[in-house]
Write a protein that binds this ligand. Structure first.
Ligand SMILES: [Zn+2]
Ligand SMILES: [Zn+2]
Ligand SMILES: [Zn+2]
Ligand SMILES: [Zn+2]
Ligand SMILES: [Zn+2]
Length: 379
């Protein structure tokens, strides 16, 4: 933009439509194709005059003939992305570049500074906490009446976004209801689970303690974000060996013989305070372990067994799409499915993808049947 003396040519102001007469100062743009009186060259947003020799902006998305011009700062107030944490506009730096970070899957845009300022993520879905809509923290207690508490109620790091907190599973009644539904899902896959499988909700501390005692591999403790689905549940079992004592002759030593080895599932533990979709996918995973244990099959490779259990969690989430998920719940469901699919761990991620491939080829009942019989996926 520059100001200049008017030429002899008859020129019309693109602002007011009045004539720009010779000898007047005026603003000319696009090699003289567009002219304004200086007081008519205004920001399309705030309608303030854009002073001579200051930067202005046109919207690259608008057609070049629309004639809309903006103060650069006004333009960025409208068009720059807003930070999902502090809700400030993220403005370009000195070189005109807008720098920000994005959460995977959810595409939340945020100022890079929040990566280091202690901004919390949702324990279940990994979404960042907005200052306008704080996450809730569950009181860490096994008391059945415990409910979601406002932020700051405890020092626990298990913060849930409001969306996830809406469907949180906290009571034994919730659990028995959801387990009944889970049994029906397994029946459809050709697997019958016991009516009275002991499913319990536990706090993170208790789960970790049991997990350490069970020596289950745990390749991500979830400290920096949402833990993996497989850190949220645990199936405990006891191997039962039936021994028969064969008596020798009267007063003589007999011999003992192992007749059978079976497993009792003593408890299925699932983290308390998970949103329903995540709870059910963890439950499906653990019910897979319970099924394999109850079948008395002990020699399955870890990767095969965990992969199959992840497959069950995935299939549960997938069928859920056919019944009731919608809106935010639907995005949450896709998030959890995606997380299983993209898991980078060898045991759970690669294990799942191998099981999924076998399932695509042979169907679930054949895959489970084959695994129970031979301890492997069908080739
Ligand atoms: Zn004018
Ligand atoms: Zn303006
Ligand atoms: Zn911010
Ligand atoms: Zn969440
Ligand atoms: Zn597992």
């Amino acid at each position: 933009m520059f100001l200049g003396g008017g030429g002899a040519k008859r020129v019309v102001c693109s602002g007011c439509g009045g004539q720009v007469q010779g000898g007047m100062e005026y603003v000319t743009l696009r090699d003289g194709a567009v002219c304004f009186h200086p007081q008519c060259f205004r920001c399309a947003l705030c309608h303030g005059v854009i002073p001579a020799n200051t930067a202005f902006t046109t919207d690259p998305k608008e057609s070049t003939t629309s004639g809309r011009y903006y103060h650069t700062s006004c333009f960025h107030q409208i068009h720059s992305p807003e930070c999902c944490v502090c809700h400030e506009k993220m403005l370009p730096n000195a070189s005109g570049v807008i720098e920000y970070a994005v959460t995977p899957f959810w595409n939340q845009k945020f100022c890079r500074s929040h990566q280091r300022d202690g901004t919390r993520k949702c324990f279940a879905c990994n979404r960042l906490e907005s200052r306008a809509e704080p996450h809730v923290v569950l009181a860490e207690s096994s008391s059945p009446g415990a409910r979601a508490q406002p932020r700051g109620f405890t020092a626990s790091s298990s913060a849930l976004c409001l969306n996830c907190a809406e469907s949180v599973v906290l009571t034994a009644e919730d659990v028995s209801h959801l387990y009944r539904e889970m049994r029906e899902f397994f029946v459809k896959l050709g697997v019958s689970l016991p009516l009275d499988l002991p499913v319990h909700l536990v706090d993170p501390g208790a789960l970790n303690e049991r997990r350490q005692r069970c020596d289950t591999p745990d390749d991500d403790n979830g400290y920096h974000g949402a833990p993996h689905i497989h850190c949220m549940g645990l199936t405990l079992s006891e191997e039962r060996t039936t021994v028969v004592r064969r008596a020798g002759g009267l007063g003589f030593g007999g011999s003992t013989e192992v007749v059978s080895k079976t497993s009792d599932v003593t408890a299925v533990l699932v983290l308390r305070g998970l949103p329903r979709l995540l709870f059910c996918s963890v439950l499906a995973h653990e019910c897979g372990h319970a099924h394999f244990k109850l079948q008395g099959f002990h020699k399955m490779a870890l990767k095969t067994e965990e992969g199959l259990c992840q497959l069950l969690a995935y299939l549960w989430l997938r069928q859920e799409g056919h019944c009731r998920a919608e809106g935010e719940r639907e995005r949450e469901r896709l998030y959890h499915m995606n997380k299983i699919f993209e898991d980078s761990s060898e045991v759970y991620g690669a294990g799942f993808r191998a099981a999924f491939e076998a399932h695509e080829r042979y169907g679930i009942s054949r895959v489970l049947g084959h695994a129970s019989l031979c301890g492997e996926l069908p080739e």
